[in-house]
Each structure stands twice: as C-alpha cells, then as structure tokens.
Design a protein around this ligand. Sequence first.
Ligand code: XMP
Length: 256
Amino acid sequence: MSFKQIIEESSQKKESNIILALDLPPTELDVLLHKTLMILDAVEGQICAVKFNRHLILPLGLFAGVQKLLKRAKEYDLPTIMDCKINDVGSTNKIIAEHYYNSGFDALTANPFVGWKEGMQPVFETAKQYDRGVILLVFMSHEGSSEGYGQEVFVEKTQLPTSQYEIFAQKALEWGADGVVVGATYPERIRRVHSILGKSVPIYSPGVGVQGGKIEDAVRGGARYLIVGRAITMTEDPLQAAKSLKVTAQKAISVL
Ligand code: XMP
C-alpha cells in the first residue's frame, strides 16, 4: 500500500485529518521523552498521523530515544512522517532517506528546489525501494516563503512567467509524490495548488493556530490534512485541544 493510501485509511479509521507535529521545546532528555509520550498517549485517538522534526531527533537520537516514540506510534497504528525537508545533493539525500526509513518512518518531507537529477531522483528511488512516502514542500507557511516559493520565474518551455510553487505542484504530479505541503497561512495558494493536483496528490497544511492559519480556510482551499504542533503540544490540555481541532476539521470537510 502506498503512503497516500496508508494515511487516508488511518484518517478514515480515526475520523480525523489532524496530524500531530510532536514538537516540544528543549528540556532534560528524560523529561522530554516522558512529556512527549504523555502527549502522544493523550491525543492518539484524535489524530491520523504523527510528524516529527528536529525538536526530538537532535536531543533524543534517531536510533535511541526516538525509537520509543516510533514504537508507541506504531502501537496506536499511527503513520509517522519525518519532516526533514531533504535538500542536498543526491548521494547525501539517499543516505538521509535511508537512515529515516531504516529507523521506521513511513514518509519524509523533501525540498523540490534541488531539482530531479542528482537531487530528488535518488530520494524517490529510495522511497520506492523501501515502499515508503515522499511529501514535497510546495509553499511553506512562514512569511518569507513568498521570496522563494512565491517568486515568478520564466519558464522556457512555455515562454511564460510562472510562480515557482505552481511549478513545484506540477513536479509533485510528475514525480509521483505522496503529498505536498502548502501552508494554512496561504489559503489562496492552497486553492491554486489544489486546482493543479486535483485528487491525485493530497495537500498537507501546517501553520494552523500559532502561525495564524485557520482550519476552515485551508480545508475550503483543498487541504486534506492539517498539521498542528504548538496549538496542541503547548496547551494545558492537549487532549481537549486536539479534540476541538479534529471536530473543526471534520465540520469543515463535511460541508465541502
Ligand atoms: P506549529 O507549532 O506551528 O508547528 O503548529 C508546525 C510544524 O510544522 C513544521 N512546518 C512546516 N513543515 N512545511 C513543512 O514541511 C512548512 O511550510 C512548514 N511550516 C511549519 C514546523 O517546523 C513544525 O514542526
């Protein structure tokens, strides 16, 4: 089964489109691991997947503490995504992807800026070999995103100026990506990307809550999954926060 199918099945089963960004600020290692496990235990019934970032990989270690978290996510039948934004030359990208897949991650994020040949090609080939997923960045959620992903570039083939992110959305189709990332902070870009991808490639949308993005706007634009970190992990009651976000997303999806 492709990662696209795995996460969709998880989303149907859990009746949730919320992906937990399991990000916590630095603290003592045993406290960090304990707190992270507590949050995962509390919200597992409200989410359809878990996304990791360097917040945990760097202090806990990929083949050390992180293994405990990956094991727990598997026990809850939750797919796991490593948000590593692979962005190097192909030979290095391949090794990064192999480490994350070997450690147990079901999918990883990658940056199409490096191009296909000797860039993304080895990442997609490695994913195929391991039967895992690749999710491409198309338009990031932060303010400076428009400087790169939003710039207009002249496309030689069409002789037309085109937005960089639209080109990346096309590449996601061509390369067979399992998903693309478009910030919830830019619902109009989500809409544009959705018009290019249709139902073939799902849109993952981070930037909900603390970064200012609204679930309803992102879903209306065509986002399939909402990635939420601090609006769950940094609240007094992560379960309540996750529940409420899940219901908001389900309501927004039900009126599409
Ligand atoms: P918050 O706390 O802002 O966390 O809900 C969001 C999580 O998602 C990551 N993030 C992104 N990842 N493309 C990505 O691949 C993006 O545009 C993007 N914006 C935020 C962020 O690092 C955190 O883990």
